[in-house]
Design a binder for this molecule. Structure first.
Ligand code: NI
Length: 138
């Protein structure tokens, strides 16, 4: 962690009240921690927009009984192998599987991979957690 700097912020009382309510709701320890987190969120958003190297997690929920689906998921993951750090497969119940694919690469590549996996027939739900490599965050 870098050197800590204190700075003052002026804002409307009503806005500060809303911010304090937000802090309480989200269980932040204090205003500083909440502001740090909001700044980091914006910086990560910019990493995704500016096309820098990013990291994240794709989740997939699917029924493994669908024959063609497993083959397609495997094929796509092999094609995008250089962006996939690891894959975890969890058997949720008799039919449903949860797959978590940890990814790292440029936003374009990651978004394309997430879209291709999501588009497979039989995938019931899919999300992309857009995070950061952490290199440019404190
Ligand atoms: Ni399974």
């Amino acid at each position: 962690m870098g050197e800590l700097v204190r700075f003052g912020v002026s804002l409307e009382k009503s806005l500060l009240e809303k911010f304090d309510a937000f802090i309480k709701e989200r269980n932040y320890a204090n205003r500083s921690e909440a502001i740090r987190d909001l700044i980091r969120q914006e910086l990560v958003k910019r990493e995704w927009i500016e096309g820098e190297e990013v990291a994240g997690a794709i989740t997939l929920i699917y029924d493994h009984h669908r024959r063609d689906l497993l083959r397609k998921i495997t094929e796509i993951q092999h094609n995008y192998q250089r962006f996939i750090i690891s894959t975890q497969h969890i058997h949720l119940d008799h039919s449903n599987c949860l797959e978590i694919v940890a990814v790292k690469g440029t936003p374009d590549e990651i978004l394309r991979l997430a879209d291709r996996l999501k588009a497979i027939k039989g995938v019931k739900h899919s999300t992309l957690g857009m995070s950061s490599t952490g290199k440019d965050l404190e």
